[in-house]
Design a protein around this ligand. Structure first.
Ligand code: ADP
Ligand code: ZN
Ligand code: ZN
Length: 734
């Protein structure tokens, strides 16, 4: 037995903790690497994970405490998963114990068993003798139960409920005499079978080529980008590959950007395969999450489907990873301490596990396309739509020279009329919910501000409220100006107002709306979708939500009301997001037999990125945008990390970052520090936000620098006055 065990604990300290072996007690499991253990920590008891065994400690052994108990007979984190998590802890510069903790459901962090157990009842030796002597003579129920258990050892309560009626009282009496006993045993998982229910359709040539190329990589690492518009047959490619993996006895891990997409995909998996599946996403209760994790851990589940954190799901004998809509920013965890990209970690996991990973998208991220150009990923294209021939036609509408009413140009109104007359449906996209983004006093110029943020309150007219979309502040809509008493006016457009305007423009035409205000409860989304797919609603107004994979078979026209939010942002990624959004909403047009049309309203019709998007599609845009990034030395042509903080005062927020910067003498090799600067919206929910950017051309230099610097940053006195975090490869800069 090793002298000590190194344990990772869920604490912010960047270190492991040494413990002595557990005092041997009957039935305890050995302290294996990757097993969870319960240990004393100060006055508390914590659950941690054994990371290493060693012969000595830097501390005298007399000061070490023994492990209190080992919780896992089989390590909860297997070698492959530990490798991934250790890699992630290093790359994202986050304490290993916290990284381990974020890979485990809460119940397991608190010590629940990784393998479910059940209670078995059996007769003891004395009990068997008693049964043979037909004891206890005067209690027929007890006698019957003892008889049963002496013949059928190790049965569950369920079994007894079924066969022995009201048995518990008898069991108590027999137990008291030492004739029967119960013991906890691990439940053996049901066999993990997988069968094809129905064969898929014959593949189109490009699908066949993609499947063949990825299939050839089964059993070894390979990163594949499956680039094809919505409806081009990407999911069918996933299904074929999963089929191969399942029939080969292995398992598949499938990641989607948000919960809303899990039911659709799950339905398609269930139609195709008869195989146990585990679903992991943020809306599960702790209990459901534990059950799903256990199903994955035991190997029972053959397909594990989930959102971001499912990249850490245990999947024994993993054969394939699929990341659908890989460009989606939701794959980036941008809150809390451990900020990771599930898309990037999926690639790392595939590399560690020696399996292929498929990154599917209609609009691959520029980073991903850059990896293709660099030869690291293989690009597979699906050009044709399965079912339909032409891509939609994109047209720009110059808002400066058009008559505009409530944000809708005459050209758009005419196009909507035309498509409605031809029995098409229309999708109107505006990425702003509420009625109007501003409430203004026409006399004194007062604008309704949020008290806690550097932001305006959004008018929600139907609800009669003013709401802050940043901190959630929610107050009654004032009938008059609180400053001068004059009338107030809503300025600008949100989806609620557009819905109303369209209703007035097209009387008798039913308009549906899809945004977070409409979709509040489970079932709301389905309700809206039903109105649209049944054809009852002819026009759908919506936010970003409409870009997410929902099927709108009859939409022939898409109107993008305002493309300009994305063109001139402080965030260098805004144009990429805009182009992705336009292409994704455009993908909603003309999916069935009818060709689609897309109108994009803008005040900057000559913007080079819009022009490249129109002239050469997403590929042309991506080329132009990557060129710009290369010239400006933005990622992927450089590496970034953001040290961010927030504090009660702007001074405190800046002071900590300034102190962190001051720790760096002169100019470190190959690394530039930019800032600190206040965030673009400095005050949010009453706290001031600021950031310091760390940039380098070389990944190794950036990480070498962070390795030396962060431990010092942590020690700063001013760190205690702020909440800070490090974000490696930040997706949003503000
Ligand atoms: P994507 O995932 O790219 O949106 P899907 O795989 O969902 O595309 O395919 C779009 C539609 O075309 C689906 O209804 C699908 O069943 C159908 N489809 C896909 N591939 C084929 C094929 N080879 N033959 C016939 N229909 C197909
Ligand atoms: Zn006023
Ligand atoms: Zn606010």
């Amino acid at each position: 037995m090793p002298k000590i065990f190194r344990v990772a604990l869920d604490t912010p300290l960047r270190q492991l903790f040494d413990y002595l072996p557990p005092v041997p007690t009957h039935g305890a499991f050995p302290a294996a690497i990757g097993a969870r253990v319960r240990v004393p920590f100060g006055r508390r008891r914590l659950v941690g994970v054994v990371v290493a065994a060693a012969e000595g400690s830097q501390l005298p052994l007399t000061r070490l405490k023994p492990i209190l108990g080992v919780l896992d007979p089989v390590p909860a984190l297997d070698e492959a998963l530990r490798g991934l998590l250790e890699w992630a802890a290093q790359y994202y510069h986050h304490p290993l114990g916290q990284v381990f903790a974020s890979a485990l459901p809460k119940a397991l962090r608190l010590g629940a068993a990784a393998v479910p157990s059940e209670v078995h009842w059996l007769a003891t030796e004395a009990g068997v003798r008693a049964a043979a002597a037909a004891e206890p003579r005067r209690a027929p129920r007890q006698r019957a139960l003892l008889e049963l258990l002496s013949q059928q050892g190790g049965v569950t309560a369920d079994w007894l409920d079924e066969r022995a009626g009201a048995w518990r009282e008898a069991a108590r009496a027999l137990g008291a005499r030492g004739w029967i006993a119960s013991r906890e045993v691990q439940r053996t998982p049901e066999p993990a079978t997988a069968r094809l229910r129905v064969a898929g359709p014959p593949l189109l040539p490009e699908q066949s080529a993609a499947v063949a190329s990825i299939e050839a990589s089964l059993g070894t690492f390979g990163a594949f980008v499956l680039h094809g518009v919505t409806g081009s047959g990407k999911t069918e490619v996933y299904l074929r590959l999963i089929e191969r993996v399942l029939l080969g006895g292995r398992r598949a891990l499938v990641l989607v950007p948000e919960i809303g997409l899990t039911p659709q995909l799950l339905t398609r998996f269930r139609e195709r395969f008869e195989a146990p599946m585990a679903v992991l996403h943020s809306a599960l209760t702790d209990h459901e999450r534990l059950a799903a994790w256990r199903s994955a851990f035991s190997g029972h589940a053959r397909i594990v489907l989930g959102t971001r954190s499912a990249v850490f799901a245990p999947v024994p004998e993993l054969g394939l990873i699929v990341v659908d809509e890989e460009h989606d920013p939701s794959f980036k965890q941008h809150e809390g301490g451990f900020r990771y990209s599930a898309r990037d970690l999926a690639v790392v996991r595939a590399r560690h596990g020696g399996v292929p990973v498929v990154l599917g998208s209609a609009t691959p991220a520029l980073e991903t396309l850059h990896n293709v150009a660099a030869g690291r990923y293989t690009l597979l294209r699906l050009e044709r739509r399965a079912g339909q021939a032409q891509p939609p036609r994109l047209v720009l509408v110059d808002l400066r020279s058009s008559a505009v009413q409530s944000g809708i140009s005459t050209a758009a109104v005419l196009a909507i009329e035309r498509h409605l007359a031809e029995d098409g449906q229309v999708l109107v996209f505006l990425n702003r919910r509420g009625y109007a983004p501003t409430l203004l006093c026409t006399a004194c110029g007062w604008i309704a501000p949020c008290r806690e943020c550097d932001a305006r309150l959004t008018v929600h007219l139907a609800a009669g409220r003013l709401r802050c979309h940043h901190c959630g502040a929610d107050i009654p809509l004032p009938p008059r100006c609180p400053q001068c008493g004059f009338t107030v006016k809503s300025v600008g457009q949100g989806t609620e107002r557009i819905e109303q305007a369209l209703g007035a423009l097209f009387p008798g035409v039913a308009v549906a709306r899809l945004d977070r205000d409409v979709v509040r409860r489970r079932g709301d989304l389905e309700g809206v979708m039903r109105r649209v797919s049944s054809g009852e609603a002819r026009i759908l107004v919506g936010t970003q939500m409409v870009t997410k994979g929902h099927d709108f078979p009859n939409v022939t026209l898409v109107v993008v009301l305002n493309a300009d939010q994305g063109l001139f942002s402080t965030d260098f990624r805004a144009p990429e997001r805009l182009a992705q959004t336009i292409v994704q909403v455009a993908g909603r047009a003309g999916r069935a037999q009818k060709p689609g049309e897309v109108l994009i309203q803008t005040e900057f019709p000559d913007h080079p990125l819009l022009r490249s998007l129109l002239a050469a599609g997403y590929d042309g845009f991506a080329r132009a945008a990557l060129e710009e990034r290369a010239q400006a030395a933005w990622p992927p042509f450089s590496r970034l990390a953001a040290l961010r903080d927030s504090a009660r005062t702007a001074d405190a927020a800046l002071a900590f970052l300034a102190a962190a910067r001051a720790l760096v003498p002169g100019a470190p090799a190959g690394v530039r520090l930019l800032g600190p600067v206040p965030a673009a919206m400095a005050r949010r929910a009453g706290r001031y936000h600021a950031q310091l950017l760390i940039e380098s051309r070389e990944r190794a230099q950036l990480h070498g620098f962070l390795d030396g610097w962060l431990p010092q940053v942590e020690q700063l006195r001013s760190a205690r006055a702020v909440r800070w975090s490090l974000d490696v490869d930040p997706l949003e800069l503000f």
